[in-house]
Design a protein around this ligand. Structure first.
Ligand code: AMP
Length: 187
């Protein structure tokens, strides 16, 4: 079973992904986390992406799609994938379909955590103190939010027609969101 956690930055996708990893014995596919690790390890990819990431811009598709492809074709990780932060655009969504098809897989659930801008800003201000992410500063988060609205949110037209699409109020408490996800999952 594979699923997508969809929503703006600060929607709680990472938090719910961690819960699902435990529940489904799954694997969290957080492109943001993978990219931060590239920067931390100062790899060639890390050097290429550091400026865009810290500036709240998207990393280019070629790099991100390759990371996703490596995971989907990795025999150790290839099932029970929990996508968190990917896909973020229509072209990434189409790419994901193609790669999953090639490996005889599909997306079983799409959970949209719907959160308003005020809640996002409050949450990210808290996260900034805890995680010290450079892209969580008050100017960059607004850029990331705008990019989400322009490029990622339109993907809802693509996904919301599917019978496996579920919208959840992402302003609820963590445990309440988890309970809603669990209720939708037929496992
Ligand atoms: P996140 O941890 O999901 O908030 O992502 C942090 C940052 O990583 C984003 O602001 C982008 O710079 C980059 N990033 C993560 N996922 C993607 C993606 N699917 N496509 C392009 N850039 C991404």
């Amino acid at each position: 079973m594979n699923l997508i956690l969809f929503g703006p930055p600060g929607a709680g996708k990472g938090t719910q992904a961690k819960h699902l990893v435990k529940k489904l014995n799954g694997f969290q596919v957080s492109t943001g986390e993978m990219l931060r690790q590239e920067i931390q390890k100062d790899t060639e990819i890390g050097k290429k992406i550091i400026n865009d990431m810290n500036d709240g811009k998207f990393v280019n598709d070629e790099i991100v799609n390759q990371l996703i492809e490596n995971i989907i074709f990795d025999n150790q990780k290839k099932s029970n994938l929990i996508f968190d932060g990917y896909p973020r655009s229509l072209s990434q969504a189409k790419n994901l379909d193609i790669i999953l098809n090639k490996s005889n897989q599909k997306i079983d659930y799409i959970f949209f955590l719907n959160v308003n801008k005020e809640t996002i800003i409050k949450r990210i201000e808290k996260r900034k103190v805890l995680e010290k992410r450079l892209d969580d500063d008050s100017v960059t988060i607004l850029k990331r939010y705008d990019k989400y609205m322009d490029t990622t949110q339109p993907l809802l037209n693509f996904y919301s027609k599917n019978s496996n699409f579920y919208e959840i109020d992402g302003t609820l408490k963590i445990d309440e969101i988890t309970a809603k996800i669990d209720a939708f999952l037929k496992v």
